[in-house]
Write a protein that binds this ligand. Structure first.
Ligand code: NAD
Ligand code: WQD
Length: 349
């Protein structure tokens, strides 16, 4: 019998790509998503790509204990992948309580449903943002955390809650994966990143410039201590992130307790290098101007991905050109993103 996995936030950017990966590899998938930051269309496209749909999808808020309990009553889960969270750094500064409630409260509600229903395997979405302004490159899992905004703090707190839970409940098996900067899209162009409103993140911003929805990139600072002065990040293809989750499911059984791994490529790319790579991928010029640093940004965040490579013999396989090409294909095929009833169009800036 195939394993059944609960994917919270399964209609989102990383969740939807992971659903395809799991369906392709014989897992049965159940999705919980309130669609607060995703379109139900994404799961229809997941089914079109995988050739079969997810077993069930529930439009509920993860914090709704009774509704979540009914989901656990209905399905016998072998494991849970927990993506559902709010992820906008700026919004988290303006409304920290909502972030603590959704991200930390959602995680404890999920944990409590898992305990009640004897489910003890969890893969948790953590983030490179927990490293904060680390003046070190590359970053290993042993480097100290120093979250600099409420969003990052929620991820760090969730890691603490999970680690402490594992210390006291030794049958728990948790893998926390610290993604660096996931970008790109499914190679079919059917699934991709579809932010609401004007994108905060650089890759969807570039894609919307290339399609004509935005005019030019504002490069946030060229006076960082990096090779060309612009911020350096470790961009990782979302399909590599998805495959990393399948690998994680396969390795959840390796040991009890909590283990934490970086998911990155180990390659740093500056904003200007990214602009050039995206221009190559789409065959269009990407206008940009240098503006002041964005408050809260750090100079460089690059993963040391060697721990996961040693543990699972697993590494990413897709390069920056592939990330840009796939992101562009999604944008070109879906110029306004997924169809939505109340789609907030990006405004020209
Ligand atoms: P996303 O917003 O596309 O997906 C999150 C999904 O969770 C959305 O479909 C949203 O509707 C759903 N959701 C949010 N709150 C919910 C709630 N209370 N109940 C039910 N569903 C809810 O984000 P993503 O980029 O796919 O990120 C997935 C996870 O990875 C998040 O936990 C995020 O913090 C983490 N992460 C993302 C990045 C990144 O750059 N994309 C980097 C590091 C970590
Ligand atoms: C990348 C680089 C910007 C936009 C965010 C979250 C982090 C994690 C990953 C969830 C930086 C520059 C950007 C623009 C620019 N997510 N930039 N002009 O900030 O590294 O990380 O996503 O966990 O928590 O903070 O990603 O794509 O916003 O920025 O110059 O219009 O692009 O300064 O150097 P970031 P990003």
């Amino acid at each position: 019998m195939s394993a059944t996995v609960l994917v919270t936030g399964g209609a989102g950017f990383i969740g939807s790509h992971t659903c395809v990966e799991l369906l392709d590899h014989g897992y049965d998938v159940v999705v919980v998503d309130d669609h607060s930051n995703s379109s139900p269309q994404a799961l229809e496209r997941v089914a079109a790509i995988a050739g079969r749909p997810v077993a069930a999808t529930y439009e509920i808020d993860l914090r709704d204990r009774r509704a979540l309990s009914r989901v656990f009553d209905t399905h016998a889960f072998d494991a849970v992948i927990h993506f559902a969270a709010k992820k906008a750094v700026g919004e988290s500064v303006e409304n920290p309580v909502e972030y603590y409630d959704t991200n930390v409260g959602g995680t404890t509600t999920l944990l409590s449903a898992m305990r009640t229903h004897d489910v003890n395997r969890l893969v948790f979405s953590s983030s490179c943002s927990i490293y904060g302004d680390a003046a070190k490159e590359p970053l290993t899992e042993q480097d100290p955390a120093g979250p600099t905004n409420p969003y990052a703090t929620t991820k760090w707190l969730c890691e603490q809650v999970l680690a402490d839970t594992c210390r006291h409940l030794p049958d728990m098996r948790v893998l926390a994966l610290r993604y660096f900067n996931p970008v790109g899209a499914h190679p079919t162009g059917l699934l991709g990143e579809d932010p609401r409103g004007v994108p905060n993140n650089v890759m969807p911003y570039l894609a919307q410039i290339a399609i004509g929805r935005l005019r030019r990139l504002r490069v946030f600072g060229d006076d960082y201590p990096t090779a060309d002065g612009t911020g350096v990040r470790d961009y990782i293809h979302v399909m590599d992130v998805a495959e990393g989750h399948r690998a994680a499911l396969e390795h959840l059984g390796d040991a009890n307790g909590m283990r934490t791994f970086n998911l990155g490529t180990g390659v740093g790319t500056s904003v200007l290098q990214l602009v050039a790579a995206f221009a190559d991928a789409c065959g269009r010029e990407i206008p940009y101007e240098i503006v002041a640093r964005r408050p809260g940004d750090v100079a460089a965040l690059v993963a040391d991905p060697s721990a996961v490579a040693r543990a699972w013999s697993w590494a990413t396989t897709r390069d920056l050109a592939t990330m840009c090409r796939d992101a562009w294909r999604f944008q070109e095929q879906n110029p306004s993103g997924y169809p939505r009833l109340t789609h907030l169009e990006s405004s020209e800036v």
